[in-house]
Design a protein around this ligand. Sequence first.
Ligand code: URA
Length: 209
Amino acid sequence: MSHVIVVDHPLVQHKLTLMREADTSTASFRQLLREISLLLAYEVTRTLPMTTKRIVTPLEPMDAPMIEGKKLALISILRAGNGLLDGILELVPAARVGFVGLYRDPDTLQPVQYYFKVPQSLEDRMTIVVDPMLATGNSSVAAIDLLKKAGATNIRFLCLLAAPEGIKRMQEAHPDVDIVTAAIDSHLNDHGYIVPGLGDAGDRMFGTK
Ligand code: URA
């Protein structure tokens, strides 16, 4: 069974509370998302494999720690994933980036694919899938299905908020994929929104409502 890691750092929790508030402006929401994604990126990359490199400091040679292997792959589930992606790229600027376009059919709540473009050699990379809201889990599961078909084997999922229903769905479909989140909320409402949540993450970050 995969692990669910809740990042309970005070800075993350404080910023998340500000993001949840209904009267937080689009500009503030975006800024907070950027800041929080840096902190979440720190946690989601904690298990990156390490090696050492022989270097020479001004005082003496040493075997210094370095990240091993090919560059990370960051996969954004469009469109809300892009809000998390920007912050993570500030911390890991050399990461390779892919996009999975899925929209949620409003009647069935099932994901429909409209775009898929990912880096090469996924089998050799840690692949971090980002989507702020793990709600029903349908899109996340579908995106990870596609990534596994494309070769990814070492996958982690990063979100801001998760619903218990989404976690269950992900753990059933992809028990090998650890989930990193800032909070686990109460439940989903009849429209598939996380409660208490923060509303529609895409609308709030792009100001489309
Ligand atoms: N997507 C969102 O943006 N918000 C939710 O609460 C659920 C899915």
